[in-house]
Write a protein that binds this ligand. Structure first.
Ligand code: PMP
Length: 452
């Protein structure tokens, strides 16, 4: 039978079966706890994404600190998933834990700002640039609100997104290119509107397609990650971001950069490291050290345009904001993270470790002659079970090897290393040690020894 990502299917099946059994056999307590305690949840999990892990059943976490997780059976795991970026700066960074303890005595939510809020605003500007900031609780919401503003000030309906993108569960972006046309994504639960009315999808790195879409005059904003990170990673080709900026200016569309994952790039995110110049900036997940928080900001000139729009807006609800957003705990954690955790020296450590990891994985791939490749964006590393580099979302979707990935993930976990589900993503935190990285490389190498 034909090879899968260069692997003989029998070898893959054998590995997958054995590793699933090994995972289960080391977790009797977890299994028992789930059997008795999980059935009150819909489908047995508190959030349905948790069914998408490749293990035979979920891991129940006892505790996590730095770059380590311990499950309730006492298995110690080196964590390279880090909550899929929420804990990119390590679990419970000490300054954030201190800030939480201090704020816990002074109230948790009041719909009023604090002095820490003012400090956080100054820190946000110092870190990311001159934007007028708003606080949200998830990056999904931050993108949703940024799009509202873009549509409001331009009076245009559509957002341009890239095929294969992910910006959270806001419906506005849930389109894809199918048969060469923008269509609602298949699989959306209970979605009945034609999302193509408010969105256009083109391929990443296709600047001519971007221009063709912008020429219609319908596009309020281009919303993009600097690097596509939510399928297999796709890097921008030389000149792509300059092209996006020039074309959005030319056709009067706004440029929104979503840094939720590419904040791994270095201090200030990809935007600062590569001197992008967006009209709006969004970042979530790790920005408050793991406390649910996202921020979005607009350039001062855009804030003026929005003020002019607001002056003519009919009274009534804006359709933006949520009650628990901008709460004092978020500000305490934002301030602690921005001042003491998300620092240039932390990034230096992350970058160095990630370089060690990506070159170690690439060496192993080459040694085994696997038709695979490795991509790195600062602290973020991914091995892709297909040749590269990938150019766009269609190629990235095609490069996925779900069966191979699932087997490898469980095998890595049984060797003490957790990587992100859905794709082969690994993060290096300020707490991640060389030893942990070398252990992951060795585990990966051992698995490839068996598969190739
Ligand atoms: N933007 C990007 C680029 C993301 O990757 C994600 C989540 N993976 C989001 C936004 C949404 O984040 P959240 O789920 O925290 O709302």
């Amino acid at each position: 039978s034909p090879l899968v990502a260069g692997i003989a299917p029998e070898k893959l099946t054998k590995l997958a079966r054995r590793e699933a059994e090994r995972y289960a056999s080391r977790r009797p307590k977890t299994r028992k706890a789930l059997e008795t305690g999980a059935s009150q949840f819909l489908d047995g999990v508190p959030m349905h994404w948790m069914k998408d892990w490749p293990m035979p059943f979920a891991m129940l976490v006892h505790s996590a600190k730095g770059a380590k997780i311990t499950d309730i059976d006492g298995n110690e795991i080196h964590d390279f998933c880090l909550g899929d970026t929420g804990s990119m700066f390590g679990h419970s960074p000490a300054p954030v834990a201190r800030a939480i303890r201090a704020q816990a005595r002074h109230g948790l939510t009041y719909m009023l700002p604090t002095e820490a809020a003012l400090d956080a605003a100054a820190l946000l500007t110092q870190t990311f640039g001159d934007f007028r900031w708003q606080i949200a609780t998830t990056a999904t919401d931050a993108n949703r609100f940024a799009l509202r503003v873009a549509r409001a000030v331009t009076g245009r309906r559509k957002v341009l997104v890239f095929n294969g993108c992910y910006h959270g569960t806001l419906d506005d972006t849930m389109v894809e290119l199918r048969d060469g046309k923008t269509q609602s994504r298949q699989g959306l639960v209970g979605q009945f509107t034609d999302l193509a009315e408010g969105a256009v999808a083109v391929e990443f790195n296709d600047i001519a397609a971007v221009e063709a879409a912008l020429q219609t005059g319908d596009v309020a904003a281009v919303l993009t990650e600097p690097v596509m990170t939510n399928s297999c990673m796709v890097l921008p080709e030389a000149g792509f971001h300059d092209g996006l900026r020039a074309l959005t200016r030319k056709y009067g569309s706004l440029l929104i950069i979503d840094e939720t994952h590419t904040i791994s790039s270095g201090f200030g995110g990809y935007t600062k490291v590569h001197s992008l110049n967006p009209d709006m900036f969004v970042v979530g997940k790790c920005v408050a050290g793991g406390m649910p928080t996202a921020v979005w900001g607009m350039r001062p000139e855009l804030a003026d345009r929005f003020a002019a729009y607001n002056a003519t807006r009919a009274p009534g609800h804006s359709g933006m904001g949520t009650t628990l957003s901008a709460n004092p705990m978020q500000f305490a954690c934002l301030r602690a993270t921005l001042s003491e955790v998300m620092t240039p020296s932390a990034y230096k450590h992350m970058e160095k470790g990630a370089e060690r990891l990506s070159s170690g994985l690439a060496r192993s791939i080459n040694r085994h002659g696997a038709p695979w490749h490795v991509v790195r964006v600062g602290a973020r590393v991914e091995f892709i079970c297909a040749p590269g580099p990938l150019k766009n979302g269609a190629e990235a979707a095609h490069a996925h090897q779900p069966e191979v990935e699932a087997a490898i993930h469980t095998a890595l976990l049984n060797r003490g290393c957790l990587i992100a589900p859905f794709h082969n993503m690994m993060l290096v935190s300020p707490a991640t040690t060389k030893r942990q990285i070398d252990r992951l490389i060795a585990a990966f190498d051992e698995i490839l020894d068996e598969l190739f």
